[in-house]
Ligand binder design. Structure first.
Ligand SMILES: C[S@@+](CC[C@H](N)C(=O)[O-])C[C@H]1O[C@@H](n2cnc3c(N)ncnc32)[C@H](O)[C@@H]1O
Ligand code: SF4
Ligand code: SF4
Length: 363
């Protein structure tokens, strides 16, 4: 029988595991670069992936460079140019730590959406502590302001966005961050719930999590409990700000779901089924493809065409597993939007409609 699965909508190129930060929320930095660099896909291999994806998906789809820190790959601009020549739209995440020599190049490149990971604005220590490196706030803020200035001077269309994880220490930064985005005429901000750090592992060392029997670690549950009351107040204010025209990318429905989550994670989780199996396509630095970033790879792009992997038996099995998954990352943006791939309007609308149905009891 014909497989009727739709084509993926959130495509991520995790082009390197390497990273200069030491984030407390993410374990990707706990690797030795020397061990992995020679195993990464080469420039030509990534170009072949792009051209195979173009043949399969047609023009106009988005993908997002992530990692690790994507700007540690010297060939990121060559890959962006190549993607652009094929009619593919390019987004990228960045921690902004070591891109000061690249500001002009970024603004002149075909990257259409640049997403800065910023966890505080009134208090640099909060950001620096979360990123494990003193001075990271200052460098990131410089990157945001200088790139915005160049964007305006050159009348560039590059979208400049902020991506913020919400955790107990920064919950009171959420509103000032939205005000910062509005005041500086950035394109928008996307909030993300704090995921279990075990999910954010370098692909070269990771073992797959026990997604079918997962229970949230006690400390994490406690963290959510500690911030719950304040988080609900802050999210209520974010909803008002979004309704008043501030550019907050999370849909109203997702913000409402976050409130339910903070009140009692189990209440919302029982009504949400993870959709990543039919939307996500993430390629790691070594060519392994995952539909869910916590599960085993379903194929390797060095060995098979992207569409063969999407339709193979492992992908079918993975989709089954995602439907009964017990992990709470189904509350995260990757299940609503993207991974930060593309703060892409049509995708957000689609997700918003989906959650709307869930919250209204239609699903
Ligand atoms: C893994 S990073 C890779 C790209 C780049 N290094 C950066 O930090 O922007 C992608 C995003 O995941 C976020 N992130 C890291 N740890 C997280 C966690 N435990 N829960 C949710 N998001 C997390 C980061 O803040 C960043 O916005
Ligand atoms: S979140 Fe990004 S910057 Fe932080 S360690 Fe992970 S990959 Fe590096
Ligand atoms: S909730 Fe979704 S993204 Fe998270 S582990 Fe389960 S299937 Fe994967």
């Amino acid at each position: 029988m014909q497989n009727t699965i739709n084509k993926p909508q959130q495509i991520t190129f995790d082009i390197t595991d390497r990273c200069q930060m030491k984030c407390v929320t993410c374990n990707k930095w706990k690797i030795s670069a020397g061990d992995v660099i020679s195993k990464e896909l080469t420039t030509d291999e990534w170009k072949k992936v792009l051209s195979d994806l173009r043949n399969w998906l047609g023009e106009g789809f988005w993908f997002c460079f992530s990692g690790g820190e994507p700007f540690l790959r010297q060939d990121i601009f060559e890959l962006a140019e190549y993607a652009h020549s094929l009619g593919i739209k390019v987004a990228s995440m960045t921690n902004g730590f070591s891109i000061s020599h690249l500001y002009k190049k970024i603004v002149e490149s075909p990257i259409e959406s640049l997403n800065f990971s910023l966890n505080s604005i009134t208090n640099p220590v909060i950001h620096d502590t979360s990123r494990g490196r003193e001075g990271s706030f200052e460098k990131l803020l410089d990157a945001i302001m200088q790139i915005k200035k160049l964007k305006d001077e050159k009348h560039s269309n590059i979208g400049l966005n902020i991506a913020t994880i919400l955790f107990p220490e920064n919950i009171d930064e959420a509103i000032p961050l939205v005000e910062f985005v509005t005041r500086n005429k950035l394109n928008g901000i996307m909030f993300q719930l704090l995921d279990d750090a075990e999910s954010f592992q370098a692909y070269c060392v990771r073992t797959s999590s026990k997604t079918s029997t997962y229970t949230m670690p006690k400390e994490l549950r406690l963290k959510y409990k500690t911030m719950a009351k304040r988080a609900v107040e802050v999210i209520d204010r974010l909803i008002e700000m979004k309704q008043a025209g501030h550019s907050i990318y999370n849909s109203l429905e997702q913000l409402e779901a976050m409130k339910i989550f903070f009140n009692n994670p189990d209440d919302i989780l029982k009504s949400i089924t993870c959709d990543v199996g039919s939307t996500n396509y993430a390629i790691d630095p070594y060519g392994d493809v995952r539909l869910c970033f916590n599960m085993d790879a379903v194929g390797n792009i060095r060995e098979n065409k992207p569409e063969e992997i999407w339709e193979n038996a492992k992908s079918v099995e993975c989709r089954q597993l995602t439907k009964s998954c017990k992990m709470y990352c189904r509350m995260l943006n990757c299940n609503f939007k993207h991974n930060f791939a593309n703060f892409n309007k049509s995708f957000l609308e689609r997700c918003s409609n989906k959650l709307n149905k869930i919250l209204c009891g239609l699903k």
